[in-house]
Design a protein. Structure first.
Length: 231
């Protein structure tokens, strides 16, 4: 083989090795992306399943009362712990977020003291949110408003406003809508006032149920945020 032919042969061999190596690397990267995608999809499904199971704790026969309760059909603290603990561990959420989910679930099941113990130790808008609901139900309305002031403009408020608007429009409760969602913004203080005005007076059963539905929206929107791990 002449020198020119040998050089041509070597160039072709190197070209084949380079192409094969590039194809191999592309194949490995493709397989890695596929595995990563499948793992991400699996984790998303698992997270969604856990989130749905946690949300079920708020699917009681009756919505939480405006007052302290207790009402029939709620779970004891020990039962909640045994059912909720493994789900919280599966979320991989940070400890503070898990504790707030626990506090909110306890509050929904009328364990106000336990919810208060947890929420008062978490100094964040989310912690103050749970704390404010607890005092409103206690009822300690002025203290509830103090904690709503600590909450500030919470990220849940726009979604609460949207859902409450849909609810009240479907029930033709225009006057209540104007009070609670003025200019399209959720007014947590106005809702405290509505709960206070219904306490100890002859509030109609219909209005009481509406207010409890609104409180349920408030809790469920917050729970969704907590479970999702939204900052």
């Amino acid at each position: 083989m002449g020198h020119a032919a040998w050089r041509k042969h070597q160039f072709a061999a190197v070209h084949v090795r380079q192409n094969y190596g590039q194809a191999g690397r592309q194949f490995v990267r493709s397989k890695s992306r596929l595995r990563t995608g499948r793992l991400a999809a699996k984790l998303q499904r698992m997270t969604g399943d856990v989130s749905a199971q946690i949300s079920e704790f708020l699917a009681t026969q009756e919505n939480a009362p405006l007052g302290p309760g207790p009402r029939p059909g709620v779970l004891a603290e020990s039962d909640l712990a045994s059912k909720l603990d493994p789900l919280l561990r599966a979320t991989k959420l940070r400890a503070g977020r898990q504790q707030l989910i626990r506090a909110l679930v306890l509050l929904w099941h009328d364990h106000l003291d336990a919810a208060h113990t947890i929420s008062q130790g978490i100094e964040s808008p989310d912690g103050s949110f749970v704390h404010a609901i607890m005092h409103r139900r206690e009822p300690d309305y002025s203290n509830s408003k103090y904690w709503w002031r600590r909450v500030g403009k919470h990220p849940c408020f726009p979604e609460i406003a949207r859902q409450v608007t849909d609810l009240l429009e479907s029930k033709s409760e225009r006057e209540l809508l104007t009070k609670l969602v003025p200019r399209g913004e959720w007014d947590a203080f106005a809702f405290v006032d509505m709960c206070e005005s219904s306490d100890g007076v002859m509030t109609s059963a219909k209005m009481s149920l509406v207010l409890r539905e609104i409180q349920a929206i408030e809790s469920k929107v917050l729970l969704e945020r907590l479970v999702a791990g939204t900052v």
